[in-house]
Design a protein around this ligand. Structure first.
Ligand SMILES: Cc1cc2nc3c(=O)[nH]c(=O)nc-3n(C[C@H](O)[C@H](O)[C@H](O)COP(=O)(O)OP(=O)(O)OC[C@H]3O[C@@H](n4cnc5c(N)ncnc54)[C@H](O)[C@@H]3O)c2cc1C
Length: 507
């Protein structure tokens, strides 16, 4: 990058005055690289300015202690070391040394990136940890075990044929055709080899023997464990109507599912999305990007009303309508006969591609058959341990005591699954770390992201600040006067602040 490309950004190697900082931050460059200066208390740090998850602008993020949080998906980085301390980011950011002479700040050389932990090679121990599930929680757990220096065996078993992937992308950029498939894996094959993680794909687990501490694989083999993490995720709810088993009717959970929809979209003229769920509507948006006519049929009056309320529901509906989606709300599909879908209202839609997005259910069979306590999910303690000592559960299957809502809750959020995987891993190693992160999720429709922090199973009031239609708003969901959750569009910093406030007021 040349100086010409950065007319307004100062060269930080020449020094800048503290008075040039705005809100404690200053974006500049050193040589060809962008660098963000951040003031945290009395210290100044220099860090790479783009989040290592989706390149969110950290200059618009929130500084908390000596960390910075990304405005887009709430990843967190140490300002001192650049380390990614909270998912969804996995990779560290570069940091530079900073020299100060009173008000003058000079950025010097880049620090060498810390080497990833390879403790398993240095001091092997005989312990065997088994992880069932190759998704968000399972992957985060395996990675954390190595980061924490665990030197025993890690076996990760997944009945999927794909390595752990960025699942949220499957309904968004990848499905829309704007992200190539090689963006999907969370890590390349080499990573598992280098980190000594025995990742076994296409390997289903059929049973857990909690007494003898063995798991049985689909082929009958048994694998002993000292500690076990169950992270089996969720699966799409199947549509129980005549014709739902035809080849042009799809659900979406895995890379293979997304690939199959993309293939069908290649020749489809009209798509029918059954269900106005987050995933259903993201699919609708992605198929519109592929210029396919899209109809959405759903029983509710407004999409997403139960979670986001009626005003946001109306907005989501009109956003999709502006982009050409045709809704058939307060209606259901009664049968699929070839390409002909008959609705309860009597209407008929001809569609050569059908995607069913009517929700997911947690994959609990293994846990239930093993005798683990379950209550609409695998019941876990605040340490994410199940009713059997040494067996942990995380992600979409886990129901945990959430200190903020003061209920036991189970959610289906990417970041929560990753954070639970990390906490479970540390507790597998004997640390007693409570899982007390405030739940967060995002959803993306066309160019509009919706960020949601907290958890409100129900609410009696929504306070709206700003304009939903103007795509500049913050909604607070209250129950008995208490804010349980906050949703926002393009108020990312406020969303981060709401998260911090909830963290500080929990319990
Ligand atoms: C298309 C799509 C888009 C999404 N978008 C968003 C989003 O924008 N924001 C958000 O917050 N969340 C999103 N989510 C939800 C998010 O992806 C999940 O909450 C998250 O993946 C849960 O992680 P997990 O580890 O619990 O389960 P998963 O990621 O589903 O992983 C479960 C793993 O367990 C394996 N498995 C299950 N049973 C067995 C068995 N018996 N033996 C061996 N392996 C087994 C599965 O093959 C899989 O590898 C999306 C989900 C989908 C499907």
């Amino acid at each position: 990058m040349t100086e010409n490309n950065k007319p307004s950004r100062p060269d930080l190697s020449k020094g800048v005055s503290l008075t040039a900082f705005r809100d404690g931050k200053l974006l500049g460059h050193v040589g060809e690289e962008d660098v963000l200066l951040v003031q945290a208390g009395s210290e100044i740090f220099a860090i790479e300015p783009a989040c290592s998850h989706y390149h969110g602008p950290l200059a618009e993020g929130l500084v908390v202690g000596v960390t910075i949080r990304c405005p887009w998906h709430h990843a967190c980085f140490s300002l001192r070391t650049g380390e990614a301390t909270r998912p969804p980011a996995l990779n560290a950011l570069a940091v530079w040394e900073v020299a100060r002479d009173r008000d003058n700040v000079i950025v010097q050389r880049k620090r060498e990136a810390p080497k990833p932990s390879i403790a398993h090679r240095n001091a092997p121990t005989p312990e065997k940890f088994v992880i069932v599930g190759g998704g968000a929680a399972g992957f985060a757990a395996a990675e954390t075990l190595r980061r924490e220096g665990f030197a025993g065996a890690i076996t990760m078993l997944s009945d999927d044929g794909a390595m752990p992937v960025d699942r949220p992308n499957l309904s968004k950029d990848y499905l829309a055709g704007s992200a190539p498939e090689d963006w999907l894996p969370l890590r390349g094959e080499d990573y598992y080899q280098d980190a000594g993680i025995d990742l076994r794909l296409n390997t289903g687990v059929s049973a857990i023997d909690a007494k003898t501490r063995n798991v049985t694989l689909g082929n009958g083999d048994r694998l002993p464990f000292d500690r076990l993490l169950l992270a089996t995720g969720a699966e799409p709810v199947k549509l129980q109507i005549p014709g739902a088993d035809q080849p042009h009717v799809h659900t979406l959970r895995s890379v293979a599912d997304s690939r199959a929809i993309i293939k069908a979209a290649g020749s489809a003229r009209r798509a029918l999305v059954i269900g106005a769920s987050f995933i259903g509507l993201e699919v609708a948006a992605s198929l519109r990007a592929r210029k396919i006519e899209v109809h959405v049929v759903a029983p509710e009056e407004r999409p997403m009303q139960k979670v986001l309320g009626s005003e946001m529901g109306d907005f989501v509906r009109s956003l999709h309508e502006e982009n050409g989606v045709i809704f058939h709300l307060k209606d259901t599909v009664e049968k699929l006969d070839g390409t002909r879908a008959t609705l309860k209202s009597g209407a008929v839609i001809e569609a050569d591609l059908v995607v069913v997005g009517i929700g997911v259910k947690p994959r609990l069979a293994l846990a239930e058959h093993a005798g683990l306590a379950a209550d609409r999910g695998v019941s876990v303690s605040e340490y994410l341990e199940t009713s059997v000592a040494g067996i942990f559960a995380a992600g979409d299957i886990a129901r945990w005591p959430d200190p903020h809502s003061r209920q036991t809750i189970r959610v289906e959020h990417w970041v929560v699954a990753e954070r639970q995987g990390q906490t479970a891993a540390r507790n597998m190693l004997g640390k007693r770390e409570r899982f007390d992160a405030v739940p967060f999720f995002w959803s993306q429709h066309y160019d509009v992201p919706i960020n949601y922090v907290g958890h409100a199973e129900s609410f009696d009031e929504i306070a709206i600040d700003g304009s939903i239609g103007g795509k500049d708003c913050l909604l607070k969901y209250r129950k008995d006067g208490r804010v349980l959750a906050v949703a926002s569009i393009y108020r990312d910093l406020d969303n981060l602040k709401a998260e911090l406030e909830m963290e500080r007021s929990r319990g």
